[in-house]
Design a protein around this ligand. Structure first.
Ligand code: 2U9
Length: 336
């Protein structure tokens, strides 16, 4: 091996590296020159066989060449990889965006708002109150003393010191009457709690109650307002009827039925062959309730009503299991 031969080898290597077009071919070149049996490697290995006077100069040149080729191959590899990247299809900004699902309100919230809007059109305003209530506002002020049988049907979760989870939204009306003078027209929507659990009952459900107090409010006002409400929710063709009933906080009391949404009065499984579905309770506010809030029963009269939102939603949409509202299955919720 002479210095000239070494220079020729360098020239060929540089040319070949320069000409190479892809990483794989470059790898083969690296093996050809710098691999275990590579051309440059062989020179370095065989230095000991050269005449002693040539050894230092050829040894140095061969090592320089090895480093030069290593460096060159490394750079060439980077260039080839970058070029391949530039050619690859990149981000196409003209592609249409990926669609995403818009969220929507829970069906119970939708119906709750729809019903509130109906009563707002009749001049009622929305009132709210706490879900953790005092026994006094939830029961006593509503003419339900501690030994009253109505307490049995409205069992709930009790906290110490007279607090409980409200069993209806009626305490909202009590609180409103204690802080406002009549006349008033209010709607009290919200969550309520009872010790009940089956296909028609969940331990938490939603109610809307209403209260109208004025100098001369009669049972016919009650009938007019609630008939309008039923026709707005279930359609103007829907017939209604009132039946006598009992609630501790109203006297007289009634329940309102609508014509069955399935059989339209003919009789079917949903309405138990009666042709009618019960949708709410109502009545004229009991004098004891007015007394509890300090309203003069000689001057003021009022009607009140209460309904369960889940029940209305189930009848309106033909849902047969109340628990579906709280299982969070998107297939169910997406339908509303
Ligand atoms: C005050 C005075 C009177 C609210 C009323 C009903 C009749 C009624 C039930 C319907 C189905 C509850 O959700 S449900 O289980 N409610 O039948 N509620 S009268 O009467 C009041 C409320 C507040 C101060």
């Amino acid at each position: 091996m002479t210095e000239r031969e070494l220079e020729e080898l360098r020239g060929r290597a540089l040319e070949e590296i320069e000409a190479v077009q892809d990483v794989k071919a470059l790898d083969w070149l690296r093996i050809k020159y710098l691999g275990k049996k590579g051309l440059v490697t062989a020179i370095v290995k065989n230095i000991k066989d050269l005449p002693p006077d040539l050894r230092p100069v050829i040894g140095r040149r061969a090592n320089e060449l090895k480093r030069e080729l290593e460096e060159l191959i490394f750079r060439k590899r980077e260039d080839l990889l970058r070029a391949a990247e530039d050619e690859a299809p990149g981000l196409d900004l003209t592609l249409p965006g990926r669609p995403y699902e818009l969220g929507k309100l829970h069906p119970i919230t939708q119906i709750l708002r729809e019903i509130c809007a109906i009563f707002e059109r009749l001049g009622f305003s929305i009132a709210r109150g706490p879900e953790i209530e005092l026994d006094y506002y939830n029961f006593e002020a509503l003419n339900i003393p501690p030994d009253h049988p109505a307490r049995d049907m409205q069992d709930t979760f009790y906290f110490p010191e007279g607090f409980l989870l409200r069993t209806h939204t009626s305490p909202i009306q009590i609180r409103t009457m204690l802080t406002r003078k009549p006349p008033l027209r209010i709607i009290a929507p919200g969550k309520v709690y009872r010790c009940d659990s089956d296909v028609r009952h969940t331990p938490m459900f939603h109610q809307i109650e209403g209260l109208m107090v004025d100098r001369s409010v009669s049972f016919s006002d009650l009938k007019g307002v609630l008939t309008y409400f039923a026709k707005e929710v279930f359609g103007t063709e829907t017939r209604v009827r009132f039946r006598p009933s009992y609630f501790p906080f109203t006297e007289p009391s009634a329940e309102m039925d609508i014509e069955c949404v399935i059989c339209r009065g003919a009789g079917c499984r949903l309405c138990g062959d009666t042709g009618w579905l019960e949708i709410l309770g109502a009545g004229m506010v009991h004098p004891n309730v007015f007394k509890a809030v300090g309203y003069d029963t000689e001057k003021w009269q009022g009607f009140a009503f209460g309904l369960g939102i889940e029940r209305i939603a189930m009848l309106k949409y033909g849902i047969d299991d109340i628990r579906l509202f709280y299982e969070n299955h998107l297939k169910f919720l997406e339908q509303f």
